[in-house]
Write a protein that binds this ligand. Sequence first.
Ligand SMILES: NC(=O)c1ccc[n+]([C@@H]2O[C@H](COP(=O)([O-])OP(=O)(O)OC[C@H]3O[C@@H](n4cnc5c(N)ncnc54)[C@H](O)[C@@H]3O)[C@@H](O)[C@H]2O)c1
Ligand SMILES: O=C(O)C(=O)C[C@@H](O)[C@H](O)[C@H](O)COP(=O)(O)O
Ligand SMILES: [Zn+2]
Length: 365
Amino acid sequence: MREVTVELGERSYPIYIGEGLIEQAGEYFTKHEISKKSPLMIVTDENVASRHLSKLEVALQGAGFQVVSTIVKPGEKSKSLSVFEDLITKALEAGLDRKSTIVALGGGVVGDLAGYVAASYMRGIKFIQVPTTILAHDSSVGGKVAVNHPLAKNIIGAFHQPELVLYDLSTLQTLPLRDVKAGLSEVIKSGLIWDAEFVDWIDNNAERLLALDEEALGYALYMGCNIKAQVVSQDERENSLRMILNLGHTIGHALEAVAGYNELLHGEAISIGMIGSARLGVKLGGSEEIYTVTKRVLSRMGLPVGLPEHLDIDAIMEAMLHDKKFSEGTMVFVVPTAIGEVIIDHSVSTELVREIVEQLKQEAV
Ligand SMILES: NC(=O)c1ccc[n+]([C@@H]2O[C@H](COP(=O)([O-])OP(=O)(O)OC[C@H]3O[C@@H](n4cnc5c(N)ncnc54)[C@H](O)[C@@H]3O)[C@@H](O)[C@H]2O)c1
Ligand SMILES: O=C(O)C(=O)C[C@@H](O)[C@H](O)[C@H](O)COP(=O)(O)O
Ligand SMILES: [Zn+2]
């Protein structure tokens, strides 16, 4: 078992990473003083429920927790205000009170959605992340919780840190290949913003990662959680440094919204966005290697690197104006200056961004 701490003073919390941790959830929750007198609500989706929910219920009930479970439909469309409202109704019906805890069992969709319910219900109750996707090494850490609006991704949300993250890597063995690849996109992002050696390691271990080799995956997800924890510990509310975690996201989030939240997975959209950022990095004076290495690693993982032909460029440009980093009339971009290094650039013109997005149509998809 590996452990990483997100250092946030009295709101610090551990990320436990290992095999078979769900079976020990009762002990972990007891250690973290989760109430056994108030009901605890697990939120999960249909795909995860059929594979992993009963293990968690049994472990928690066995340790004396009062467990209710609620299951949402899988996919990005569940990150909506209407599903949010359904969950508030479920919480009220189940009698959740201020000492109750909401547990997100699933990927980033369930984590963001359940986390926003926990942040809002009775103005905020405890929250625990039990991630079950590769991508959730990113989404379960750092306390960003949100639902989408048809016009803009993650636009209704809060910062609400979990009490702990219990990352049971054995759950990843049931992931569909498309979600394996999409999750690895954010692992690659962690390397691209922070650690060139890690990018090199990913490049050399792509096949092992795609085959869900336990040792390789354990190391990659530990590294991803560790990078994320270091960034969040220094800038919880994204005043400066934390923006780097948004590499590829200005374009990526616009693509997700324009594609209606059902065509591109988040990791796929971010992959295309990171190619755009790499092109921007080269355009602004960085070495050609930024682009060639970024494209090679993403392609090796079987991720998309070009824009789907039918997506409209005007609509993408319009959606980008809703990015949370756009303020006071300025677009803010995370721009790579080398592999493993990025800067926050406040002076990228919309004309240049448009040129980059147009070039994305020329990439081999
Ligand atoms: N809060 C953050 O900091 C943050 C960071 C990155 C991404 N996100 C958000 O995360 C979301 C994407 O997360 P995701 O890729 O995990 O998507 P997801 O939660 O939709 O999970 C992907 C798919 O895998 C299924 N699944 C999950 N675990 C499984 C398992 N163990 N076995 C079989 N199937 C399983 C799900 O049902 C779903 O169909 C996006 O909404 C994105 O915006 C948030
Ligand atoms: O934790 C962060 O900060 C991130 O930016 C991580 C991203 O991978 C993630 O997709 C996040 O949800 C994006 O946040 P947003 O504020 O741009 O909506
Ligand atoms: Zn992301």
